[in-house]
Design a protein. Structure first.
Length: 388
């Protein structure tokens, strides 16, 4: 299966420094360097669209702008880019959620995907009026998706669940196409929900051996449900013409991490109930030492940012090689970001994507015929190396 790439809309603000936040921690002050205005986010979205990213992920939480409203506005200034909207099932009724998705599809020409976020932090959930514990939230998510999928299929849904109840629920207009559901989570109950309802299982950027274990785990659960699931990975990226240039940029970001901020963020993240967040913290242990945890995989971002805390760092060839390594494990979709998001989209789109295209791994989604076959690519490369 060819690779699919998504970019990220920084609705918590952008900067030439890492913008922290998420999982119960506030956005850092650098997020005010480039406020998340519709105009700026549209710049990023249009650049991603032109470069060949299929979609753009938006986060959810009290630390950023609302994903539904922001992407609805940005969608009116783009043509093809999809929006991977993160949302929390406990905050709206499943019937309303299904209706919102259906409306979004019609008004954007079918450019919605949903990133279902159950919510790993009880403190933040309670601020929104949700007082369930973590396992109960996952059970509610399963009920929510059961109702939503039933409605999208055109049925009348009745459900009397542990947490949700609907009676005679039905949509007057169905979404076309039905949005794909992206889902992540590292706890046992998260795996159960993913196996039953996800189209794409997302993992944060752990070393390949750990990712391979996750893929095998979810694939076995999905097989037990008689379902096929695709796999994606969420990473930051720092790619340059040379490896030295990329690592110099990573070190520049690291030097900008104030020690007090690192301690405060790590203390906040240590209280997280998220198993995935715990795994991110284990990669660096709060230390600036030994942050390259696998060739070209750097854990430095996680010192000041919750959630995805690792980055691919290296030359364009090295980053392309690491992407190939994850692809061989079964990863087909990559959700990427970088600081600042506008400039890093171009570094990746103009540096790495052409190399993957030449290898026959990636077609430009909006330019039919732009990708060569592997044999044609090899012939072209051989010809380019011959004296002229």
């Amino acid at each position: 299966m060819p690779l699919t790439f998504h970019w990220f809309l920084p609705t918590n603000g952008d900067s030439r420094h890492v913008v922290g936040g998420g999982h119960g921690t506030p956005a850092t002050s650098s997020g005010r360097d480039r406020p998340p205005t519709v105009a700026y986010l549209t710049q990023i979205a249009r650049a991603a669209e032109d470069l060949g990213f299929v979609g753009a992920l938006t986060p959810t939480g009290a630390w950023c702008e609302d994903a539904w409203l922001t992407t609805a506005m940005v969608s009116q200034h783009t043509e093809r880019l999809k929006f991977l909207v993160a949302f929390r099932p406990g905050f709206v009724s499943p019937t309303l959620g299904a209706q919102m998705a259906s409306t979004f599809q019609r008004q954007t020409g079918g450019r919605l995907s949903l990133n279902v976020v159950t919510g790993g932090e009880s403190v933040e959930q309670r601020a929104y009026g949700d007082f369930l514990d973590k396992d109960a939230r996952y059970r509610r998510t399963g009920e929510f998706l059961e109702v939503v999928r039933g409605l999208w299929e055109g049925g009348t849904v009745d459900l009397r669940g542990e947490h949700l109840q609907v009676e005679g629920a039905r949509l007057a207009r169905l979404p076309d196409p039905v949005p794909e559901v992206y889902f992540g989570g590292s706890s046992p109950i998260a795996g159960e929900v993913a196996a039953r309802h996800a189209d794409v299982y997302l993992t944060w950027g752990e070393p390949p051996a750990a990712v391979a274990e996750k893929i095998a785990w979810i694939r076995a659960l999905a097989d037990g449900e008689g379902r096929h699931i695709r796999f994606g990975i969420r990473l930051h990226v720092i790619t340059r013409d040379t490896s030295a240039q990329a690592w110099a940029e990573a070190n520049r970001l690291l030097e900008g991490f104030d020690e007090g901020t690192v301690r405060a963020v790590q203390a906040g993240l240590a209280r997280s109930e998220s198993e995935g967040q715990r795994r991110m913290l284990d990669l660096h242990g709060g230390s600036r030492d030994d942050l390259e945890i696998h060739p070209n995989l750097w854990a430095g971002i996680g010192l000041v940012r919750g959630g995805a805390g690792t980055a691919l760092v290296g030359s364009h060839d090295e980053v392309a090689a690491r992407i190939g390594e994850y692809h061989r494990l079964g990863i087909d979709e990559f959700v990427l970001s970088g600081y600042p998001h506008l400039e890093e989209a171009y570094w990746f789109g103009e540096g790495v994507l052409p190399r993957l295209r030449a290898q026959g791994l990636w077609p430009h989604p909006f330019r039919p015929g732009a990708v060569a076959s592997s044999s044609a690519a090899q012939a072209a490369l051989a010809g380019a190396a011959s004296p002229r």
